[in-house]
Design a protein around this ligand. Structure first.
Ligand code: B12
Length: 247
């Protein structure tokens, strides 16, 4: 099976970034159930870019528009994961799509597997101080989904962390939850990077209780990251065909 063909198809279906993780890199990672990765050798990590217009509207709290976008992108990602699954199965491989955003435990706040860990191993981005995956083109303005497979796809390499001395997300966090610690590869646990309980309290006990939000979302650390800001993005992609008038 051609890895390049799968990459091209996911782009045609609407994915912005596709990476392949070697599951050897994720050995020992916490999964639900514990044997989730048994029989799989690769994970396809797919990222969809979020709307900059939606982030323009976020100031100090999530907006109803962000809530709808969050739900719609989750379901789009789930559709992409099903398509990838169909493709892999048609080519004789085993495939398991992991839902974009299904919480399995509202005490420890866990899911089947961390899409961020998979995306990191698949070279989609690095793990930022906010704990989010920061993509070189779109910053953390992406959402992620994963498909586990036994297809022997060609793997990607993890990227180097480029947060440097930046403190933008730390300063912006409305819960003062980000500790401003950097990691070369990935944090050992959430507490290394975050005052985790502050983040949960803010999104669960405050934002999710507001009208038309109703989900534990925030978006402020995402908006603050300079890697996601429009100006930087355009100048970093001079070859991308632009729909804007020439300047
Ligand atoms: C539960 C959950 C929450 C909980 C808990 C968050 C958390 N940090 O765990 C709450 C409600 C608080 C939350 C908040 C947010 N969330 Co949330 N959330 C999830 C969900 C559904 C499960 C996460 C999970 O299982 N965490 C368990 C912990 C233990 O895992 P972890 O922190 O990801 O990674 C650990 C290990 O995997 C390991 N590790 C990490 N990397 C690597 C790499 C390797 C190679 C290895 C071996 C290990 C390793 O170390 C980490 C620390 O223990 C995921 C979807 C998913 N399935 O991944 C989305 C997800 C993480 N959320 C996301 C987002 C965007 C948010 C918010 C910004 C809210 C919003 N949408 O506006 C905030 C940000 C909070 C923050 N700074 O972390 C996105 C992140 C996208 C990105 N660009 O990175 C995800 C991936 C959803 C998606 N489909 O895109 N979320």
């Amino acid at each position: 099976m051609k890895t390049t063909q799968l990459r091209k198809l996911t782009q045609d279906w609407g994915a912005d970034f596709t990476g392949i993780a070697d599951l050897q890199l994720l050995r020992g990672i916490k999964t639900e159930p514990a044997n989730l990765l048994d029989g799989y050798s690769r994970a396809v990590s797919i990222a969809v870019r979020l709307s900059d217009g939606v982030f323009d509207g976020i100031v100090d709290a999530p907006t109803p528009l962000y809530q709808q976008h969050y739900l719609k992108v989750n379901s789009f990602l789930d559709d992409l994961a099903v398509r990838v699954t169909q493709y892999l199965q048609k080519h004789g491989a085993k495939a398991l799509p992991i839902p974009a955003s299904q919480v399995l435990d509202r005490v420890n706040w866990n899911s089947y597997i961390s899409h961020k860990a998979v995306a990191l191993a698949a070279g989609i981005g690095w793990q930022g101080k906010s704990l989010l995956i920061v993509n070189p083109q779109c910053g953390p303005r992406i959402r992620l989904v994963t498909v586990l497979t036994d297809a022997l796809l060609e793997t990607d390499e993890p990227l180097k962390n480029r947060c440097g001395k930046c403190t933008s997300c730390t300063e912006a966090c409305p819960a003062q939850a980000i500790k401003n610690v950097n990691t070369e590869y990935h944090f050992r646990d959430r507490d290394e990077a975050l005052h985790f309980e502050r983040c949960v309290e803010k999104v669960v006990d405050d934002f999710a209780k507001r009208p038309f939000i109703e989900h534990p979302i925030c978006g402020i650390c995402i908006k603050a990251c300079p890697w996601g800001k429009e100006k930087k993005k355009r100048s970093r992609n001079p070859k991308t065909e632009s729909l804007l008038p020439a300047t």
